[in-house]
Design a protein around this ligand. Structure first.
Ligand SMILES: NC(=O)c1ccc[n+]([C@@H]2O[C@H](COP(=O)([O-])OP(=O)(O)OC[C@H]3O[C@@H](n4cnc5c(N)ncnc54)[C@H](OP(=O)(O)O)[C@@H]3O)[C@@H](O)[C@H]2O)c1
Length: 362
């Protein structure tokens, strides 16, 4: 199969750079165009991410290749969809609200932004968790008269939570969830980002709009398709989201109430075995395990576990009985810019290629 022509919008930012690097030498996609704000437009990609003092603001740990460095950045607001089969977007919600529908009229848009996550005809895919929500793609296309569609991924804090709740919900029924997050600084992006003066030697106990997003999205992702929409899962979710002095990898302390009694061993096995049918597809960005359970009581730790399986597995540890809600409790680490943003979106795109939802545009 000839590779599909991909475009990244917001390519100069933290999540956008992760898309760019993941698309270098990708078997399904070829990165042909990149867009960002007017500030970066008409510059070569490398120049656009280099500040006036000569510092290159490159975030991923992989090297930027020469061919990608030389791509000319376009003003996303002025870009056409010519010669593009799929668009990956990594821009803030306000910009996404304007840009994404314009591209979705013609081609599929895989987004990291929150702009359309609440719309009733928009699936919020999480690998292996809710692939049946793809039924909404046809509903969305028909309702909006689009050839393409928009599929955002979850907020990066929802990702680890929902992926670990799904196997528990399938096996035992989840009815209550209480979660406290310790979120990495990279989750706030570069602009405005988090100032070093505020976060070093500190914990910030509030992240604007984050708790509402996690509570709402978790229920939608774990919900079921009914007719032309998704009925949210009847789960009570309550969380506190904090920012900590960690570069990458969100840690979450999760307390789960189950509707049917489960032994710790059964709950752990449900997590370890989760997603086997999806993993068997052998998609290029897929990990070998979606959830890795650690028995060492000092794990998971962001520094030791965030990069497991290239940042695509969620590491769970401190598995214990939860006496207050009646269920289990655990700690997880999930990579916010990889599974929680660009590479998670790319894995969904790979799945949608295999299912025929993304194809060469005419
Ligand atoms: N960081 C994470 O861990 C993470 C995880 C999940 C989801 N997300 C989501 O991903 C999106 C991007 O976040 P980020 O952390 O990568 O932010 P970021 O580092 O601040 O990057 C923002 C990007 O958006 C571009 N941009 C800004 N205004 C624009 C406009 N009007 N038109 C076109 N492009 C515009 C910027 O281009 P210029 O350089 O030209 O200004 C830059 O490329 C957000 O919606 C965020 O919620 C981020």
């Amino acid at each position: 199969m000839s590779r599909l022509r991909a475009c990244v919008l917001g390519a100069t930012g933290i999540a956008g750079q992760e898309f760019v690097v993941a698309l270098q030498r990708h078997p399904f996609f070829e990165l042909v165009r990149i867009g960002a704000s007017q500030r970066s437009a008409k510059k070569k990609f490398l120049d656009a991410i280099t500040d006036p003092g000569g510092k290159v603001n490159w975030f991923p740990r992989e090297t930027l290749d020469d061919q990608t460095a030389a791509l000319q950045v376009e003003d996303a607001a002025q870009m056409s969809v010519d010669g593009i089969d799929v668009v990956f977007t990594a821009v803030e919600s306000d910009a996404a609200k304007l840009l994404e529908p314009r591209f979705a009229e013609k081609v599929p848009v895989i987004s990291t932004a929150s702009a359309f996550r609440c719309d009733e005809d928009v699936p919020v895919f999480l690998p292996a968790v809710n692939m049946d929500h793809a039924a909404l793609i046809d509903v969305q296309r028909k309702r909006r008269g689009w050839q393409g569609f928009i599929t955002p991924g979850p907020n990066c804090t929802t990702t680890g939570l929902a992926i670990t709740l799904k196997p528990l919900d399938q096996a035992f029924g989840v009815d209550k969830v209480v979660m406290t997050s310790l979120q990495a600084v990279s989750g706030a992006g570069r602009s405005p980002g988090v100032a070093a003066l505020d976060i070093i030697d500190n914990v910030i106990p509030y992240i604007a709009k984050e708790e509402e997003k996690v509570e709402r999205e978790t229920k939608k992702i774990l919900g079921r398709v009914e007719g032309n929409t998704i009925v949210a899962a009847p789960i009570a979710v309550s969380c506190t989201c904090t920012r900590v002095n960690v570069l990458e990898g969100h840690t979450e302390s999760v307390f789960v109430g189950l509707s049917r009694a489960a032994s710790l061993g059964d709950a752990r096995s449900a997590m370890e075995e989760f997603g086997s049918a999806f993993l068997a597809l052998g998609l290029p960005s897929s990990p070998k395990r979606l959830i890795t359970v650690q028995t060492d009581p000092y794990r998971p730790q962001p520094r030791l576990d965030r990069d497991a399986e290239n940042g695509m597995t969620t590491t769970v540890g401190r598995f214990r009985e939860e006496p207050v809600l009646g269920g289990v409790k655990y700690v997880l680490v999930s990579h916010n810019t990889r599974m929680g943003a660009a590479r998670g979106g790319l894995l969904i795109a790979e799945y949608l290629v295999k299912q025929g939802y993304i194809e060469r545009s005419k």
